[in-house]
Design a protein around this ligand. Structure first.
Ligand code: FUB
Length: 321
């Protein structure tokens, strides 16, 4: 595909792109940012998304197809607001859209909506996934067809409020010299009805085998999990949030522990950075967002992509946006 560091979609604001290849096309499942003049704060109140659109591209033309609105919060009985970063996985002849949103008590949960087509529309389940919490669900299907959901985000995403194992509305990040808040992973049941297990911690170590610390903001997990496999290794990539990097860690096991490797993407224009990685026709692509079209307004973002290159040792060349 053409090298593309310009906005891919410009007729609406889009962010948090999860890209997958289905039927020889790249399908992109982003958040749909709504322009408004409300408050921009650490709780993420500016991200007032209410629906999802699906987009697709291929390498035969420059056309980006907007498949239209595929799910709206008014159609999901348990949702009150803020439909944030989604993802899709194909299994059981069905496309499962995973999405986070606040429930009627203002607590983030993960929901599922289903379709027989990658472009939707998606029919939501009546309730959220039992035992789910926080934001940014990423689905990973392994070669044995097992599906894992990785999730979690600090601050507005509420992940630090679960440090004791249950929701503590006053929960905070750990002291800087304790281990960081870990993102979560859970295998799904084969029928995709619910988690097959209690969510587990995804532990991230430095190259000396020491757990990354909460104060290590250049490397510790903040939000935006993504998992892919390359040459038999599991790559776990994520945003460091406050320091605005997309970084990655590697393991021999989807549950980890993962060893920190380095940066994938240097900071983009705008506070958030969020990504996905997809293989298409022999190349690897990074999908991400920035705020180019809006000139830096945090909640008016636009999706972009570019090629991502492995070095011979399996590490990534860092991308400067
Ligand atoms: O789009 C809302 C939030 O911003 C996402 O859930 C985070 O990953 C960040 O991109």
């Amino acid at each position: 595909m053409k090298e593309q560091k310009t906005p891919l979609i410009s007729h609406i604001f889009t962010a948090d792109p999860s890209a997958h290849v289905f039927n020889d096309r790249i399908y992109i499942y982003p958040s749909h940012d709504i322009p408004h003049d409300g408050e921009d704060n650490d709780n993420g109140d500016e991200y007032q998304m209410q629906d999802y659109h699906v987009f697709s591209i291929d390498d035969k033309s420059d056309e980006v197809i907007d498949h239209g609105q595929v799910l709206h919060q008014d159609d999901v009985p348990w949702v009150s607001e803020q439909m944030w970063a989604p993802d899709v996985v194909y299994k059981n002849d069905t496309y499962y859209l995973f999405f986070p949103a606040r429930d009627k008590d203002g607590i983030f949960r993960l929901g599922i909506a289903e379709s027989k087509k990658p472009e939707g529309p998606f029919a939501p389940r009546k309730d959220y996934v039992k035992g789910s919490f926080s934001i940014d669900p990423c689905s990973f299907k392994d070669e044995d067809d097992k599906v894992y959901i990785l999730f979690g985000g600090l601050w507005g995403g509420q992940l630090e409020k679960y440090r004791t194992g249950t929701f503590d509305p006053n929960g905070t990040e750990p002291p800087k010299n304790e281990h960081a808040v870990w993102p979560k992973i859970a295998m799904m049941k084969d029928d995709m009805s619910e988690f097959a297990e209690e969510p587990r911690d995804i532990v991230i170590l430095d190259k000396d085998g020491k757990e990354l610390l909460a104060g290590d903001e250049d490397r510790r997990y903040f939000e935006d999990p993504w998992m892919h496999k390359h040459n038999g290794k599991y790559y776990f990539s994520y945003s460091t949030g406050t320091t605005h990097y997309i970084v990655y860690a590697v393991s021999d096991n989807p549950y980890g522990p993962f060893t920190y490797q380095g940066r994938i993407l240097e900071p983009v224009l705008g506070w958030t950075t969020h990504h996905s990685i997809v293989e298409y026709h022999g190349k690897t692509y990074l999908f991400y967002h920035d705020c180019e079209i809006s000139g830096g307004i945090n909640h008016r973002r636009n999706v972009k992509y570019c090629e991502l290159k492995y070095r011979p040792d399996g590490t990534f060349e860092t991308i400067v946006p």
